[in-house]
Design a protein around this ligand. Structure first.
Ligand SMILES: Nc1ncnc2c1ncn2[C@@H]1O[C@H](COP(=O)(O)OP(=O)(O)O)[C@@H](O)[C@H]1O
Ligand SMILES: [Mg+2]
Length: 286
C-alpha cells in the first residue's frame, strides 16, 4: 500500500514536472520565434540601410560631378556674357539690337539654370548680412528686364525699405526663380506685380502674374525637385527658392489667383525676429 502511494506521488510529481517543462518549452519556443522575427526585421532594416547608403553615395558623387560640370560651363559662359553685353552696346539703335538682346536673355536663363543646379548639387553656406530686400528685388528685375521686354511683360513694383537678416545672393536667386516663372507663364505678355508689406514679424513680398495659373492638383507638387510642366523645365527653381526661404527662417506660399494667374508670397523674418542665424547650417540638402 505504502509503495503504491509513493508510486502515485512519484507519478504525480513526474506529471507536474513534465507539465511545467511543457509550459517552459512553449514559452521558450515563443521567445525563439519572437527573436527570430526580430532578427529578420533587423536584417531587412540593415539591407535597406545598405541600399540607402549606396544610393546616398551615388547621389553625392552625381552632385559633385554636376558641380564640376557647372563650373566648367560657367567660365566660357561668363566670357560670352561679357562679349554679348559689349555687342549689345555697339548694336544699340541698329536693326540687330533685338538679336543681341536675345543672346543676353539666353545667357541669363542658362546662368539661372546653372546657379539652381549648383545650389541643388552642393550644400551652400549662407552668409547673413543686413539686406534691404527692395534693392535685391530691383536688381533681379533689372537682370530679367530684357526678357520681360521681349515677352511684353510690364513689371510694376510697390516696394518698402524694410531690411532682413539675409544672404543677398541667395535671396536674389529666390526672386530670379519666382520672377522668371511669372514671365514664362505669360508668353503673350501681361502684368507682373511685385509688392512688399511688413508687420511686426515678417516682410512679405507678393508676386502676382496674369499667366495660366497653377493647376490646383499641382499646387502640392510645384516645390518638389524636378517637377515641371514645361517642355524644357528643370523643375529646380521652386525647390531652390523653398530651401533658401527655409535657410532664412522664412517661408513661401503659392496660390492660384481667383480670376487669372498665380500669386507667390515670400515671407522674410523681420530683422529683430530672425530667430537664429544659420551661417553654420548647411541647409541646402536638408
Ligand atoms: N508663376 C507661375 N505660373 C504658373 N505656373 C507656375 C508658376 N510658377 C511655377 N509654376 C509651376 O511650377 C512648376 C515648377 O517650377 P520650377 O520649379 O521653377 O521649375 P521649371 O520652371 O523649370 O518648370 C512649373 O513647371 C509650373 O508648372
Ligand atoms: Mg522655373
Amino acid at each position: 500500500m505504502d509503495q503504491t502511494v509513493r508510486l502515485n506521488e512519484a507519478f504525480n510529481s513526474f506529471t507536474q514536472a513534465s507539465k511545467s517543462l511543457e509550459t517552459y518549452y512553449a514559452k521558450l519556443r515563443e521567445k525563439v520565434q519572437y527573436l527570430t522575427e526580430e532578427l529578420e526585421k533587423k536584417n531587412a532594416q540593415l539591407s535597406e540601410f545598405e541600399k540607402q547608403n549606396e544610393r546616398n553615395s551615388r547621389l553625392i558623387a552625381m552632385g559633385e560631378m554636376a558641380a564640376k560640370i557647372v563650373h566648367e560651363i560657367r567660365s566660357p559662359l561668363c566670357s560670352i556674357e561679357l562679349f554679348s553685353t559689349m555687342l549689345s552696346k555697339d548694336l544699340e539703335g541698329t536693326a540687330h539690337a533685338e538679336m543681341s538682346r536675345g543672346i543676353s536673355t539666353g545667357i541669363q536663363s542658362l546662368n539661372n539654370i546653372l546657379t539652381n543646379m549648383l545650389l541643388f548639387a552642393r550644400n551652400q553656406k549662407p552668409s547673413f548680412r543686413e539686406v534691404r530686400l527692395a534693392a535685391v528685388v530691383e536688381e533681379s528685375i533689372k537682370m530679367l528686364s530684357p526678357l520681360a521686354e521681349i515677352r511684353g511683360v510690364n513689371v510694376v513694383t510697390n516696394l518698402t525699405n524694410d531690411v532682413t537678416d539675409g544672404d543677398a545672393e541667395l535671396s536674389k536667386q529666390v526672386f530670379m526663380n519666382i520672377f522668371l516663372n511669372a514671365i514664362q507663364a505669360m508668353p503673350d505678355g501681361g502684368r507682373l506685380e511685385v509688392s512688399m508689406q511688413s508687420d511686426d514679424e515678417f516682410i512679405t513680398v507678393a508676386v502676382t502674374d496674369e499667366g495660366e495659373g497653377i493647376n490646383p492638383e499641382n499646387l502640392e507638387k510645384i516645390f518638389d525637385p524636378f517637377f515641371s510642366t514645361k517642355d524644357k523645365g528643370t523643375g529646380l527653381g521652386l525647390t531652390i527658392a523653398y530651401k533658401i526661404m527655409q535657410c532664412h527662417n522664412g517661408f513661401i506660399k503659392a496660390f492660384k489667383n481667383a480670376d487669372k494667374g498665380s500669386i507667390f508670397y515670400l515671407y522674410f523674418p523681420k530683422n529683430k525676429n530672425a530667430v537664429s542665424r544659420k551661417e553654420d547650417v548647411l541647409c541646402m540638402n536638408r
